[in-house]
Unconditional design. Structure first.
Length: 379
């Protein structure tokens, strides 16, 4: 039957039934969006083309020459800022690790049906722009303002609701200095790529990616909590569809490993030679610095402490870690587990919710250790 309403083409969120494989709609999402190739964890700053991307609707047409950011609502002086005006304000650059709230969703059982992320929905970039609090201060925040609502230029329909992409932040966070929220116009020293929000986006250090509104065109100061779709319907931690759930906010701690050795094409199983193997990766948390990373080579039965690089002044960027492992012939399951300074630790069993959000289950890397077995060269 042909669709005749928004409800026919935009169905409620659901959980896959037992044994249900990834559908064509999920594959279409996976083809539009992409994660970080795990070998690119070697880069302290992720090249823009390797940084994870999630686009809810379409990448909107945008022209920096005509782009305007409006600021209104509970302010004393409404603003309409073009890009020249924004670039004339004092700029700052922050190195920020950004992770999709749905990272790890495809590994859950039962699986929430949505963008089928494994563990690669992450990246770290140097974001340059204007502190949000500077713009709000210029507009003059009214005493009754409680939230800042951010509207992007991307427009679509989700679960039957036609909408612009909108999210809000509580005013203390929007006006805060740590973390300092940015209105960013550059990524790694260059103008934002189209898929990363050109010409303007929000960057909210320590928060999952849904808060970093792209193609930012409007900021409204509100005297009541925002109740838009992306705030109260999506991005909530729920066990059942009817409960209000808890909001998704800060990034849970995670460590990822650069897969050692070399891969099989289809299974991605890693192959290493017997002997010393250097293991390395990155770890991060939206709650503070990572205090320790532990590595297991036997599926979590025993653990070795890795050396973790200090966070230093890069307060909201991931930290490098490394340790040594002696590979012996056979199949091994490597695991890395992060613990942040506040005591949050990655779980060894999956934390489940209907949206598949904030799932920081430890990464498992299957490694086959064997002697060299190259194909003969063709004559």
């Amino acid at each position: 039957m042909e669709p005749s309403s928004l409800g026919d083409v935009s169905t409620p969120g659901r959980v896959a039934s037992a044994g249900e494989g990834v559908g064509l709609d999920e594959l279409a999402l996976a083809a539009r969006n992409h994660g970080l190739p795990l070998e690119a964890l070697r880069y302290e700053v992720t090249p823009a083309g390797l940084h994870y991307v999630l686009v809810h609707y379409d990448i909107p047409a945008a022209d920096e020459a005509t782009w305007q950011l409006t600021v209104h609502g509970r302010v004393r002086t409404p603003l309409a800022l073009d890009m020249t005006a924004l670039r004339a304000l004092p700029a700052v650059t922050h190195r920020v690790t950004m992770e999709c709230a749905g990272n790890g969703r495809a590994r859950l059982s039962p699986r929430p049906v949505s963008q089928p992320w494994l563990v690669e929905a992450v990246g770290t970039a140097d974001w340059t722009g204007v502190p949000l609090r500077a713009v709000l201060t210029e507009a003059g925040v009214q005493p009754d303002a409680v939230e800042a609502v951010f509207t992007g230029a991307d427009h679509g329909v989700e679960r039957g609701v036609e909408q612009d992409y909108q999210r809000s932040l509580p005013l203390p966070l929007a006006m805060g200095a740590d973390p300092e929220v940015l209105i960013a116009y550059a990524m790694n020293g260059l103008p934002l790529p189209p898929q990363h929000g050109y010409p303007l986006r929000l960057v909210v250090p320590g928060w999952y990616g849904m808060a970093h509104v792209k193609w930012l065109r409007d900021i409204t100061l509100a005297d009541a909590p925002f109740t838009g779709f992306q705030q109260v319907a999506a991005y909530r931690l729920r066990q059942t569809p009817d409960e209000p759930g808890e909001p998704v906010t800060r990034i849970a701690p995670r460590a990822l490993m650069v897969p050692p050795g070399f891969p099989d094409f289809m299974s991605r199983t890693r192959v290493v030679r017997p002997g010393p193997v250097a293991l390395e990766g990155r770890a991060w948390s939206g709650y503070g610095p990572v205090a320790r990373v532990q590595v297991s080579a036997d599926g979590g039965r025993t653990w070795t402490e890795a050396e973790v690089a200090p966070r230093e002044r890069r307060v909201w960027a991931w930290q490098a870690w490394h340790c040594d492992w002696t590979a012996t012939p056979g199949t091994h399951t490597l695991i890395a587990r992060a613990t942040d300074a506040e005591g949050h630790t990655q779980p060894l069993e999956q934390p489940w919710n209907r949206g598949g959000f904030a799932n920081n289950l430890v990464q498992h890397v299957t490694v086959l250790c064997c002697a060299a077995n190259r194909l003969p060269r063709k004559s």
